[in-house]
Ligand binder design. Structure first.
Ligand SMILES: Cc1ncc(COP(=O)(O)O)c(C=O)c1O
Length: 348
């Protein structure tokens, strides 16, 4: 049985979090002399002289409407990368604990583990880019705190079989983090619906992809109230700045625009796949549930360099295990995709 107290770090269990001025007085007042801010304003058109809401209530309220989840189940991070780091710092004892990742997958799980001095166990995906459940079961030991699953997976683009993730959720007594950065592009439903079912589930999403707000750095973690409380205790007090909160809130009113772009991206993805299939240097294009495709080629480095010379940058993933020969290509605007195809017509 999962029990958060069995995996929480002792120092975090005993932590008294920083109490900010905005924590200690909530409500409206006419004179704020409690936070050592500049009372005169900001040397800008907009005023940013006041500290932002530490718990980002307005943004979470809107997200709660969109996601159909209570605010108490939502954590906001400075990008979902911050949520990943906070999970390490809350639940993993440096030099003692370990986490499981399933490569090829998103690189920050490994970097965050290394920064926090947490051992990594790597259980590669199968040749079909699915979970090796037996391998994962063998890798789990008493110090395994988190299993990271990315679905749709970066860089392969496919979704991970839902039943396999549920098997992990039901049998592992640590956290199962399902990173859904690309879920808006997927035909699969989100794991958010399973939060009431599994106390050990953490779902990560972000405003950086389909929402088009990578520059604002707003990521989300959805989990049980007790996990969210821990994450809020560990995070820096003002981790989402005021400009990002205001702009995210404004953008979150624009669901229709985002849905339109998602549709267009998927249509462009189909077109790009068809066009790329015509090239004899393209060996395989993996099925994608995301806004990018993994393309296996005869000569990834040469193609990459050829495109760079023409001002087109894709991601060379050919050195990544199980992605040999592959380039990862983000779906662009119709114009950008045409430029890519036209340029590739000149390759050899
Ligand atoms: C799978 C995955 N998770 C998380 C992130 C990071 O997202 P954010 O911009 O919210 O930190 C990325 C970014 O590429 C990603 O591919």
């Amino acid at each position: 049985m999962f029990d958060i107290n069995n995996i929480l770090r002792e120092n975090i269990k005993n932590l008294t979090p920083y109490s900010s001025a905005r924590d200690e007085f909530q409500g409206e007042a006419s004179v704020y002399l409690d936070a050592n801010e500049n009372a005169f304003g900001s040397p800008l058109d907009e005023a940013y002289n006041r500290y932002p809401d530490p718990l980002q209530y307005n943004v979470k309220k809107r997200l709660s409407e969109i996601k159909g989840l209570p605010i108490r189940n939502i954590f906001l991070g400075n990008g979902s990368d911050e949520a990943i780091d906070i999970l390490f710092r809350s639940f993993c004892n440096p030099g003692v604990d370990n986490v499981i990742i399933v490569p090829p997958t998103y690189g920050m799980y490994q970097v965050s583990a290394n920064i926090n001095d947490i051992a990594l166990k790597r259980v590669n995906l199968t040749a079909e880019y699915q979970l090796n459940l037996e391998g994962i079961a063998e890798a789990i030991d008493k110090n395994t705190k988190i299993i990271f699953i990315c679905s749709p997976n970066n860089p392969t683009g496919n979704s991970i079989n839902r039943e396999d993730v549920e098997t992990l959720l039901a049998n592992f007594n640590g956290l199962v983090v399902v990173d859904e950065a690309y879920i808006n592009f997927s035909r699969q439903k989100s794991f958010i619906q399973e939060l009431t079912e599994y106390a050990n589930l953490v779902v990560l999403q972000t405003l950086s992809k389909a929402w088009g707000l990578a520059g604002l750095r707003v990521g989300m973690a959805f989990a049980s109230e007790e996990i969210i409380e821990v994450m809020n205790k560990v995070k820096p007090p003002y981790n989402i700045n005021e400009a990002s909160q205001q702009l995210a809130l404004k953008a979150l009113q624009n669901v229709d625009q985002v849905n339109e772009w998602i549709k267009e991206t998927l249509a462009q993805r189909d077109k790009l796949v068809l066009a790329l299939k015509n090239f004899d240097f393209v060996l395989d294009i993996y099925p994608s549930d995301a806004n990018f495709i993994l393309v296996k080629t005869t000569d990834p480095k040469a193609i990459y360099n050829f495109l760079v010379e023409r001002g087109i940058i894709v991601r060379d993933r050919s050195k990544v295990e199980l992605c040999e020969g592959s380039l990862r290509i983000t779906i662009g605007t119709p114009e950008e995709n045409n430029i890519l195809i036209k340029s590739l017509q000149d390759y050899k």
